[in-house]
Design a protein around this ligand. Sequence first.
Ligand code: GLY
Length: 349
Amino acid sequence: MTARVAVVGGGLIGLAVAWRCVQRGLDVTVYDADEGKASTVAAGMLAPASEIHAGEAELQRLLDTSARLWPGFAAELEEATGVPVGYRDEGTLLVALTGDDLREVHRLCGVYERAGQPVHPLSVQQLREREPLLAPGVRGGAHAPQDRQVDPRRVLAALRKAVGDRVVPVKVTDLSSVDADVTVVAAGTGTTALTGLPVRPVKGQTVRLAAPAPPLRHVIRGYARSRPVYLVPRRDGELVVGATEEERGADISVTVGGVLDLLRPAAELLPEVMEYPVREILAGLRPGTPDNAPILGALKAGVFVATGHYRNGVLLTPVTADLIADLVVTGTPPQQLKPFSPDREALWT
Ligand code: GLY
């Protein structure tokens, strides 16, 4: 008999796990109360080197693996659904406004090099040749060709189409009420209430601007008077400015301080943004964990978890989906999942 799999949570992770399980011939239902998803707030940077800290070697390997999977994942999803997902490979420019900011960019270049990721220093002239609209005063930067982007909202729409009517609008508050052979909890910050796992909300505000024409080709990871900001351009002119990082519990209010922290450095690096209409300001909740790494594996018999992706949820979607679907089918964690087990010591000390 075909195994019945329940996936709790219909964000990128839950839907991608569901899609891979459907492809493996399983009978899948996704429970999704549609209550706000980090996936719809996220800008979609695929940045395997710059979003983690020194010493996170196992996480680095998982990020690298998933970065390599993204081109194929995006192509397969587009082919299966006809929905373009906005995968772009022009890379990211690191851009510094002041001398101090340039020192920060040089420090970050060292992080890329230690992570084995290519990064090429650029003079002011080279930067401005690549992106003529950057402020005349920028001091220099670098090109990180492997830091790419995808549009998470399009990926979400594509995955919804791929999974079809297997998504039901039901909020799960108690796992014992789920009728399935196997349950996968992919509920982001909602995972704690369902499982007791230590996942905390880390708030991020993003602003979406509507440029009359695409103002940039590259993603910009900028520093302006020690304020970090990223600018993610879509082909239709949308420019996503992100993101704050706030430890404020489950608060998703948008605040003046948050918006200033984003738009002030954005305008200093790309003065033209002063002219752009504001389309949306949103706050989302990244699922953070005590050691910044995701929680992937078996919680108890018949219950698996895929959560805690913190700043790397979009990037880690393809590898998470493959490995969790393998786990569901075989019942045995693939070797790559072992460092991310729900019972690892770092989660509980
Ligand atoms: N990965 C970008 C962020 O979490 O803001």
